[in-house]
Design a protein around this ligand. Structure first.
Ligand code: GBH
Length: 483
């Protein structure tokens, strides 16, 4: 069912697990600022923060043990930019940060676990936010310098790279809704600019890898895109059909189209933004959705594989033709609304309905739309809220059913190369703080040693892996097959 060399992984992100927020000369990131800002209640659940979290900065070896207990072949982690480069630039390198990640990467490799490393998972150095953050066009070259630094330092051992995790979430939650750091609320304008600069940054980093590192390091680089699977609420309604198409264009298509399809934004997105600007009399000279310049490094083809974060599905209906009641905003541009099917089970957080089949559908869509790329499912998971159940049978089912859908997708001809559960550990779930638990391991945040305890779903996942991964000596001596 699963091809040899299939990656069985789990994922984490630096700010969500590391703690050590100001240890050993680390610079502050926008999430430190966002969580610490006083007098603005209600940003993060119970005013919690990631100052200590799982304390993986000090307790990494405990995480390594978790990785081994699961029998993972791969571990997806992110680097804290501000831990490596406290002011965001390569002008000041923090050797203690470099040493930390070298320890982590060396330990993984020594245990025969391949690291997949994300350069950016939501935690911009505050010093760069002070220079305009992702709204600034300068971010493309700043990110490129950081990426080159990381390829140089770690690329001899890291063969799978993600430049940016979920540019959609950074743009939309960080700069449209303001529910994530940096907490900017400039609806209908900032998110498009941020998304644009993230794409420009990604393209530069990929080109740098391609021209300066690929020949000696032989790795692969992509960006991780989150998307729901969507279907029209009423499959007989032309309005709902085009609403579902727009919905996908504004989420997955926003970033996938430029990189995998045409080098530009999806036509359904471009026309919707421009039509709504005209309707609302928005006076900008340029479209709120920027255009790509000829002088920039090309975007098309700047990913060596497709990295997909899939959590849930939506039924989509039209909101009725650009009424514009929301003023200038992404919501009014999109003019479509995603709803849950009442038959889908929920799992604690309002946005996450359990729809394993949606992953197979989305993988099929990616195969057809983007010319059958190699795909890694870089995140997929299911959360717990409220009373902790170590014996989490519902999540066992979820993982089992979802992984079976991945197997079906492979049968369908989708070139799925790996699957990463979100997450290895319970951790700081952004605006939901510690109230939402996604771990395969429970973490007791009330104790200093942050003890990790495997959930039943961890045991279930370990069993699935043991059944499918090749024996310890099977692939010895062969170069790892990435794509
Ligand atoms: C991932 O995003 C992140 O990469 C990861 O860090 C995170 O811990 C994980 O999900 C679990 O959430 O609250 O109605 O505004 C997943 C994609 C898109 C899911 C935004 C939540 C917010 C819906 N996310 N969505 S709402």
């Amino acid at each position: 069912m699963f091809p040899s060399g299939f990656a069985w992984g789990a994922a984490t992100a630096a700010y969500q697990i590391e703690g050590g927020w100001d240890s050993d000369d680390k610079g502050p990131s926008i999430w430190d600022t966002f969580c610490h800002r006083e007098g603005e209640e209600g940003r993060v659940f119970a005013a919690q923060n990631g100052d200590v979290s799982c304390n993986s900065y000090e307790l990494w070896r405990k995480d390594l043990q978790c990785v081994q207990e699961l029998g993972l072949t791969h571990y997806r982690m992110s680097l804290s930019w501000a831990r490596l480069l406290p002011d965001g630039t390569t002008g000041t390198v923090n050797p203690k940060g470099v040493r930390y990640y070298n320890t982590v990467i060396n330990d993984l490799v020594a245990c025969n676990v391949s690291p997949m490393v994300t350069l950016y998972h939501f935690d911009l150095p505050q010093a760069l936010q002070d220079r305009g953050g992702w709204k600034s066009p300068d971010m493309a070259t700043l990110f490129d310098s950081y990426a080159r630094f990381c390829f140089e330092e770690f690329g001899d051992r890291v063969k799978l790279w993600i430049t940016i995790n979920e540019p959609y979430v950074c743009a939309k939650l960080g700069h449209e809704d303001g529910s994530h750091a940096p907490g900017v609320k400039q609806p209908g304008v900032a998110a498009y600019l941020v998304g644009h600069n993230m794409l420009r940054a990604h393209a530069r980093a990929w080109h740098s890898y391609d021209s300066l590192f690929r020949s000696k390091q032989n790795g692969a680089v992509s960006l991780a895109l989150n998307s729901d699977w969507v279907e029209p609420l009423d499959p007989a309604s032309a309005g709902d059909i085009s609403a579902a198409e727009r919905f996908l264009a504004f989420t997955l298509g926003w970033f996938a189209w430029p990189v995998f399809a045409t080098g530009d934004y999806p036509p359904a997105m471009r026309s919707a933004v421009d039509a709504q600007s005209a309707r609302l009399g928005y006076g900008g000279v340029d479209s709120r959705l920027p255009g790509f310049s000829e002088d920039e490094p090309a975007l098309l083809g700047t990913a060596d594989f497709f990295a997909l974060n899939y959590y849930t599905s939506r039924k989509v209906r039209s909101r009725g033709g650009g009424a514009g009641g929301d003023g200038v905003s992404m919501k009014s541009d999109l003019d479509a609304e995603g709803v849950l099917d009442p038959s889908w089970p929920l799992c604690g957080v309002s946005w996450l309905a359990v729809v394993p089949r949606g992953l197979r559908n989305l993988l099929g869509y990616i195969k057809e739309t983007f010319n059958n790329p190699a795909v890694y499912v870089t995140e997929n998971g299911f959360s717990q809220v409220g009373a902790v159940e170590i014996d989490d049978v519902q999540r066992c089912r979820f993982y089992h059913d979802t992984i079976m859908e991945v197997a079906e997708a492979i049968e369908d001809g989708v070139r799925v190369r790996g699957y990463f559960a979100w997450s290895l550990l319970d951790n700081f779930e952004w605006a939901d703080g510690f109230s939402v638990r996604f771990g395969l391991f429970h973490v007791d945040f009330s104790e200093d040693g942050r003890p990790r305890t495997m959930y039943r779903s961890g045991r279930e996942y370990a069993k699935i892996i043991a059944k499918h991964r090749p024996g310890p000596n099977a692939d010895k001596g062969k170069a790892e097959k990435l794509l």
